[in-house]
Design a protein around this ligand. Sequence first.
Ligand code: 4NP
Length: 146
Amino acid sequence: MKQYLVVCLGNICRSPIGEGWLRHAAMVRGCRVKVDSAGTAGYHVGEAPDRRSVAAMKAAGIDISGQRSRKFVRADFKKFDRILVMDQSNLRDVLALARGDEEAAKVALFDGTSDVPDPYYGGDDGFARVREQVRVAAESWLDTDF
Ligand code: 4NP
């Protein structure tokens, strides 16, 4: 079973969408996966996803409202096969915690070579764009890994 951890800064906007799409795409394909998400910062620990992320995913028929924010911890390097981060800043923060090549090799940008921009301070259209960018990338990971 493949194990994915999706990481952004606050774990309330982008990575909950990533978790939702990976789980959904795995279900559609009949792939067995473990999926979780986390933030490099602890500002929102214990909170549900941002209501704009919940609404954007609800419009696609996916309920992410039950997720709760948690902080990325070093133990995650052992628990997951892939640690997929949303932008260059997340990449730097997670790689700074990696010990050795094996842990560092698990870390990649969720959308290959592109950042998924932080929609937190923008409008609802930013969340719809993130939802679509992350959907395509999530499908691509499952098509690559299975
Ligand atoms: P996320 O968005 O990293 O996609 O969850 C953010 C959420 C909250 C904050 C920044 C980004 N914040 O500064 O509180």
